[in-house]
Design a protein around this ligand. Structure first.
Ligand code: PMP
Ligand code: GLN
Length: 383
């Protein structure tokens, strides 16, 4: 393994899911739903397979039906108009979109400012692209992890090429506010930076939080690469259908990298996701409501078990602080948890460069059936 990748080892998700299987534990680690997405969308995939649509290489940018559906979704939900032919690209999940965007847009040595803790593929993708990551750490404040705008400004140097933003934010559940996004947008315009924004949890925002795409802010549409994923929105994480929307030059750049990573992917599933994106608003509302209910079950269970809980405004993850339990090392805690309680969780430290800063935090996923969450809560309380 070369020096660029040596520091990354095996992803924590593979390690912890294997531990869950080996110990028969409830897996609240890796973020995947234990209930598949809508029946009619699965039927659409079966129809595509049977009718011979997508069984051979689909077009490089994605099938026209899906690109149109993505553009229609951005317009209907956010008022963002993208040309399906030149401004939309289908990718092998958001993971490939992130990798291809960074490979396409970074020169070796360019700095990428990213919100820490960050989703684990960010650091690896920045490294593969020869870039340097510059973390800006979200810190607990009044029950949520918040961005310090002065720290963000201070992180930008003459070598900064782009800001890598994630809202709703994995693993903290933070949803950036209008004020925060305005400040990010002003900074990007002032310093002439590109922005790659990972919005895969766009439909998972709760209570009075609302998802605001960065591309809607002044001066941002032309400098922003927005990333979405059917895995999260429709509960088909195995299908690996993601997408990019951006100005034509940016989409062309990302596509240049993408064509040599996977070329294309997910043929029949692209047809099914095109149909999923036209589901009525009630689908998205029901999905959000059911995840909010599960959030509340898990958050209450974790509180009763003695954790300090950061109730998330978005995503399907709850971050906790384990210090009230007399613990301080999330890694050790998560490695012991299957034996102690029959539950698997993720140590947030893996999402930090500054492992010390992340040490006391542990993430639990709540995209699981209610009875599973209740049982996990019961086990944690009894621990
Ligand atoms: N970004 C974030 C913040 C995520 O949590 C995930 C998924 N777990 C991804 C990207 C990757 O999405 P996909 O499965 O579509 O590759
Ligand atoms: N995004 C999911 C999570 O954060 C897992 C994705 C993966 O396994 N790479 O848990």
């Amino acid at each position: 393994l070369n020096r660029r990748l040596a520091e990354f080892g095996t992803t924590i998700f593979a390690e912890m899911s294997a531990l869950a299987v080996a110990t028969g534990s409830i897996n609240l680690g890796q973020g995947f739903p234990d209930t598949d997405g809508p029946e009619e969308v699965r039927e659409a995939a079966v129809r595509a397979l049977r009718d011979g649509r997508g069984n051979q290489y689909p077009p490089g940018p994605g099938i026209p039906e899906l690109r149109s559906a993505i553009a229609a979704h951005q317009l209907r939900r956010y008022g963002l108009a993208y040309d399906p032919d030149t401004e939309v690209l289908v990718t092998a999940g958001a993971t490939e979109a992130i990798a291809a965007a960074l490979l396409a847009l970074l020169e070796p040595g360019d700095e990428v400012v990213a919100l820490e803790p960050y989703y684990d593929s960010y650091a690896a993708s920045i490294a593969m692209a020869g870039g340097t990551r510059v973390p800006v750490t979200l810190r607990p404040h009044d029950g949520a992890f918040r961005l310090d705008l002065d720290e963000l400004r201070a992180a930008v140097t003459g070598r900064t090429r782009l800001l890598l933003i994630n809202t709703p934010h994995n693993p903290t559940g933070t949803v950036l506010t209008r004020e925060e996004l305005t400040a990010i947008a002003e900074l990007a315009v002032e310093r002439d930076l590109l922005v790659v924004t990972d919005e895969v949890y766009e439909h998972l925002v709760f209570d009075d939080a609302g998802h605001l795409p960065l591309a809607t802010f002044p001066g941002m549409r032309e400098r922003t690469v927005s990333i979405g994923s059917a895995g999260k929105t429709f509960s088909f994480t195995g299908w690996k259908v993601g997408w990019v929307t951006a100005a034509p030059e940016l989409v062309t750049a990302v596509r240049s990298a993408k064509q040599f990573l996977t070329y294309v992917s997910s043929g029949p599933f692209q047809y099914a996701v095109a149909e999923a994106l036209t589901l009525p608003d009630s689908y998205f509302e029901d999905f959000r409501r059911s995840m909010r209910e599960r959030r509340d079950i898990l958050a209450e269970g974790l509180t009763a078990a003695g954790f300090e809980v950061f109730r998330p405004a978005g995503t399907y993850f709850v971050t906790t602080d384990i210090r009230p339990l007399g613990e301080k090392d999330g890694f050790a805690f998560c490695r012991a948890l299957p034996e102690r309680a029959g539950v698997v969780a993720i140590p947030n430290a893996v999402f930090y460069d500054d492992r010390e800063a992340g040490a006391p935090f542990v993430r639990f996923a709540f995209c699981k059936r209610e009875e599973v969450l209740r049982e996990a809560a019961r086990r944690l309380r009894a621990m």
